[in-house]
Structures are given as structure tokens and as C-alpha cells.
Design a protein around this ligand. Structure first.
Ligand SMILES: Nc1ncnc2c1ncn2[C@@H]1O[C@H](COP(=O)(O)OP(=O)(O)OP(=O)(O)O)[C@@H](O)[C@H]1O
Ligand SMILES: O=P(O)(O)OC[C@H]1O[C@H](OP(=O)(O)OP(=O)(O)O)[C@H](O)[C@@H]1O
Ligand SMILES: O=C(O)c1cccnc1
Length: 495
């Protein structure tokens, strides 16, 4: 740790190239040029059919506190060598733009903007790194959690990942994301305290090892706790762990709530069935079987298929590290910029890969559902000024394979992007976590199972309005013509 600089802020939580670009904009006098950036991901993580959006609360917090500290400025002066004029600009820096975003817990889909930032160019530039950092991680974990929730049906899911998370921040914000998308409790007491998530837990093998036998360990725990879940696999689950848990539960009687036992190794299908039998025979038919040990959605699905008698699932490593896909890969792209005359000009990135070609212009995402039962029809990307919610019929077509299309009527259209910060001021009331969680559950209920299944889900339609599509094609044409003209001029210049 460098103790040379006494304070810290999140203003430098950015890539140097953002500040380098800001310096260019400053020198050129264009820091205030209006710009619009949109944040989106291209491919679903875990080959899933949707993603669950999380990260907005931290994003808002970051923006509201965004300010270069004295030592941030000292550092940039001493170590990067910026001039005083630019440093003075940074000293007074505050985010004064507008942020529109999906709300937390909402479902979001590939290739549609989930955050839109509009404001002075230099300000929009600085925040890219932190925005992506926050949204990429939290949305990834929320999506993993949603997959686990889907296979677990209504079974309780406990988050056990802190010890394996990529550092402390990931444990905390990952837990929150997991809770939004369907976990019921966490073992991380700080996360529980910070966000109001139920804290929950059993005990470790070390405690059993301290007493060197199951009985003494369980008895000691039972003497000091009302609610008891005993970890029964330290020595021998069926010969020692469960029989001793039962013995302690019988001896302690009403003095404890014998909630159940946890198994953490071995063939959990076979063992859980035997454990269930032992508990039932002893009269503890209500005692639950908790399981943990490198669980993920595939193992859980498999265990369920084998008829495992597991009631409560503890999931750590594979959730909190997004083990099978460590990055969401969301990007932040410029879609519109003010020109020399003050007019907004829409921009795009062209690629030989059709799916990588971005869509120019400021857009809104409309979530289209059937009026009669609220079931999902798809998302409709429209230019900002369009109002598909006031149309009687909508023609929806695939943005690349346009022959895949449908016309729908009797639909509801909900704008996904909401005003969060307008001209630097927070206009959105951050909901309490319980409401975010309930909202997320509602959204999942509205999504067809075809998009929710964890293996080879159907492609959820993310379509462009005719105007958006035409605008994209025209912009591509314009850019191509411009490149051609420039090439001809360059060729002439050479001669
Ligand atoms: N019946 C089962 N079907 C499919 N997977 C299972 C079954 N039972 C356990 N598993 C999973 O198999 C893996 C077994 O891992 P591993 O071999 O490391 O565990 P173990 O040897 O039983 O325990 P330990 O953690 O003490 O090494 C875990 O991911 C566990 O969740
Ligand atoms: O397997 P995960 O999904 O990551 O869930 C968390 C794991 O953390 C604990 O093991 P650990 O070996 O760290 O400690 P213990 O001695 O208490 O078992 C617990 O027993 C779980 O197995
Ligand atoms: O409470 C538990 O059982 C627990 C907590 C963290 C990690 N593994 C298990």
C-alpha cells in the first residue's frame, strides 16, 4: 500500500486512457460536447436465455460521490504530469449528465442497451470503466443465481461463497446480486447487515474436530444455540454423524430447534436418502437435509433427477466466482455525438460479423408482453422518439434474419430504460431489496419456460423497430460512402 497519498476516491477507479481522452477533449475545448453512450452485452453468460440485471444501486452511489480527492489530483500532477489547467477542471468535476437504466432485478437481453448515459463527452468517458466493472460483475452473478433458483424450484438456497469470492467486494455485492435473483439467505454477516438479507449458517468441520467426536461437538453447539443444524460428515455420516445428531436432538428435546443436518461430501444422492431414512425412523420427519460441496445448477439438477432427499442447498464457489463463465463481457459504446453545428449525429461501429455491428442512435427498449396474461413476446428496440405503446399493432422482426417476423396486437409495451439521474440529479427512488427481489421474481414468472431452461434455451426475440433498422442501414451506407470518398481523395493526394 502506498501511504504517500492519504485519501482515496472512486474517481481514479477508471482506466488511464479515459483520463487521457478527457485531456484531449479539454485541450480541444470539447469536454462539454453532448454524447450518448449505451452499455450492453453481446452474448448470454452460461449459454443462458436471459440475464438478470443488477448493479444499479452501486452505480448510483458511485455517480453521486464522484469527485477527485485532493490526493487524486496530486497523484495526477506528480505521477502522470497533467498541467494545472486540466487539473483545475478535474478538481471541479461532477457528473452533470443523465443516466437511464433498466431497474435492478429486471430481465435484460443480449444486444440491447441496459444503461444509457447522455451528457458532456468527458464526463460520459470517465465513468465507462466503473460502470462496466459494476454491471458486468453483478449482472453475471445475478444471472448465475437465477439459473440456480430455476433448478431448485421452491427449495431454500443459501449463499456460502464469501471464502472463495474474488476478494471482499465481490463477496458483498455478489451476495446481494444472488439474493435479488432468488437466493434466500447468506452466510456473510456483513452483507446481511448491509442489505437486510437473512443471515444463515450451520457450523464447520473444525468445530467437530475441536471436540474430536460428533456427539460432544453437537452437544456443545446445542447448549449454546436454539436453532441447530449439525454437520454430519466429519468422520462417518451414516455410522456416526447422523446417529449422534439424533441422539443430541432427543436428549435436548424442546431446549433446541433441531432443524436438520448438513452433508458436505460423498455421493449426496445415496447418502441423503439414507440420512432421510435415519431421521424419519427416529421420528424427525420435519428435520431438513442441507447439502453443500461444489454445487452448481447442473449438479443440483442431477441430484434431483437421482431422487436425492435434499431440502436446502448451500452454494458457494461456483456461484460467487461465476465458475463456468467468469465475465459477462458487456461493452459501452458511443451511439451519438454532437457535431460542430450543435446537431446530434448518430454513430456506430461496423464489423464484418453482422451480430457485432452496433445500432446507432439513442434508443429505448420496450418490453412487449401479451395483454391477456403478461407473457413475454420479446423486446422491441425503438428510436427514442418512437412510441410503440401507442400503436395498435407491432411488426416485430429479427434484426439480422428479417424473414423471421410476426405482427402482434393486444400487447403491453413497457419502457425498460428508466430515468435514474437527470442532469446530475437523482430522480429515481432506489427500491428496498425485498421489492427488487419480488419484482425480479415477477419478471421471471412472465418469461416462457423455453427461454428459462438452463440447457439450449430458445432465442428470446430482441427486435429492431422498422425506423431503427432503416436508420442503421442508412448509417452503414453513409459511412461506406464516406470511406469511399476519403479513399479517393487520399489516392488523388498521393499522385
Ligand atoms: N450423486 C451425485 N451425483 C452427481 N454429483 C454428485 C453426487 N454426489 C456428489 N456430487 C458432486 O460431486 C462432486 C464430488 O466432489 P469431491 O470428490 O471433491 O467430493 P468428496 O470427495 O465427496 O468430498 P471432499 O470435499 O471431502 O473431497 C461435488 O461437486 C459434489 O457436489
Ligand atoms: O462448496 P461450496 O459451494 O464452495 O460451498 C462452501 C463450502 O465451504 C465450506 O467448505 P470448507 O472446506 O471451506 O470448510 P469446512 O471445513 O467448513 O467444510 C462448506 O463446507 C462448503 O463445502
Ligand atoms: O453455514 C454454513 O454451513 C457454511 C458457511 C460458509 C461456507 N460453508 C458453509
Amino acid at each position: 500500500m502506498n501511504f504517500e497519498y492519504k485519501d482515496d476516491s472512486f474517481a481514479l477507479h477508471t482506466d488511464l486512457y479515459q483520463i487521457n481522452m478527457m485531456k484531449t477533449y479539454w485541450d480541444e475545448g470539447i469536454t462539454e460536447k453532448r454524447a450518448i453512450f449505451e452499455l450492453y452485452f453481446r452474448k448470454y453468460p452460461f449459454k443462458n436465455g436471459y440475464a438478470v440485471y443488477a448493479g444499479l444501486e452501486r452505480l448510483v452511489n458511485y455517480i453521486q460521490n464522484l469527485k477527485f480527492s485532493d490526493t487524486d489530483i496530486d497523484y495526477l500532477r506528480e505521477k502522470v504530469g497533467y498541467d494545472e489547467g486540466f487539473l483545475e477542471y478535474l478538481k471541479n468535476f461532477r457528473f452533470s449528465g443523465t443516466i437511464r437504466s433498466a431497474v435492478e432485478g429486471d430481465l435484460v437481453f443480449a444486444n440491447e442497451p441496459i444503461v444509457q448515459v447522455e451528457g458532456p463527452l468527458a464526463e460520459c468517458q470517465l465513468i465507462e470503466t466503473a460502470l462496466l466493472n459494476i454491471v458486468n460483475f453483478q449482472t453475471l452473478i445475478a444471472t448465475k443465481a437465477a439459473r440456480l433458483r430455476y433448478v431448485c424450484d421452491g427449495d431454500p438456497l443459501m449463499e456460502f461463497g464469501s471464502r472463495r469470492a474474488q476478494e471482499m467486494d465481490a463477496a458483498i455485492w455478489g451476495t446481494r446480486a444472488a439474493y435479488i435473483a432468488g437466493f434466500n439467505a447468506t452466510s456473510n454477516v456483513r452483507a446481511a447487515k448491509m442489505f437486510g438479507i437473512p443471515a444463515s449458517g450451520t457450523h464447520a468441520h473444525s468445530m467437530v474436530q475441536v471436540y474430536r467426536n460428533d456427539y460432544d461437538a453437537f452437544m456443545a453447539y446445542a447448549r449454546s444455540h436454539k436453532d441447530c443444524v449439525f454437520l454430519v460428515d466429519t468422520y462417518d455420516t451414516l455410522k456416526s454423524g447422523v446417529p449422534n445428531a439424533i441422539k443430541v436432538a432427543k436428549e435436548m428435546g424442546d431446549k433446541i430447534n433441531f432443524l436438520g443436518v448438513r452433508i458436505d461430501s460423498g455421493d449426496m444422492a445415496y447418502i441423503s436418502k439414507k440420512v432421510r431414512q435415519q431421521l424419519d425412523e427416529a421420528g424427525f420427519t420435519e428435520a431438513k437435509i442441507y447439502a453443500s460441496n461444489d454445487l452448481d445448477e447442473l449438479t443440483i439438477l442431477n441430484l434431483k433427477m437421482q431422487g436425492a432427499k435434499i431440502d436446502v442447498w448451500g452454494v458457494g464457489t461456483k456461484l460467487i466466482t461465476a465458475y463456468d463463465q467468469p465475465a459477462l463481457g458487456a461493452v459501452y459504446k458511443l451511439v451519438s455525438i454532437e457535431d460542430e453545428t450543435g446537431k446530434m449525429v448518430d454513430t456506430m461501429k461496423i464489423s464484418s460479423n453482422a451480430e457485432k455491428v452496433s445500432t446507432p442512435g439513442k434508443k429505448q427498449i420496450w418490453r412487449i408482453t401479451r395483454k391477456r396474461d403478461g407473457k413475454s413476446e420479446g423486446d422491441y428496440i425503438a428510436l427514442w422518439e418512437e412510441r410503440p405503446d401507442q400503436e395498435k399493432e407491432l411488426f416485430m422482426f429479427h434484426p439480422v434474419f428479417t424473414y423471421i417476423n410476426k405482427t402482434i396486437s393486444d400487447f403491453d409495451a413497457r419502457p425498460v430504460l428508466q430515468d435514474i439521474i437527470v442532469d446530475g440529479k437523482l430522480v429515481y427512488e432506489l427500491p428496498v431489496l425485498a421489492d427488487i427481489k419480488a419484482f425480479s421474481e415477477d419478471q421471471m414468472n412472465g418469461l416462457w419456460d423455453e427461454y428459462k431452461r438452463i440447457l439450449n434455451p430458445e432465442d428470446y426475440p430482441v427486435d429492431l423497430s422498422q425506423k431503427t433498422y432503416d436508420h442503421k442501414m442508412n448509417t452503414i451506407k453513409l459511412i461506406k460512402e464516406q470511406i469511399k470518398t476519403e479513399a479517393v481523395l487520399m489516392e488523388k493526394g498521393k499522385k
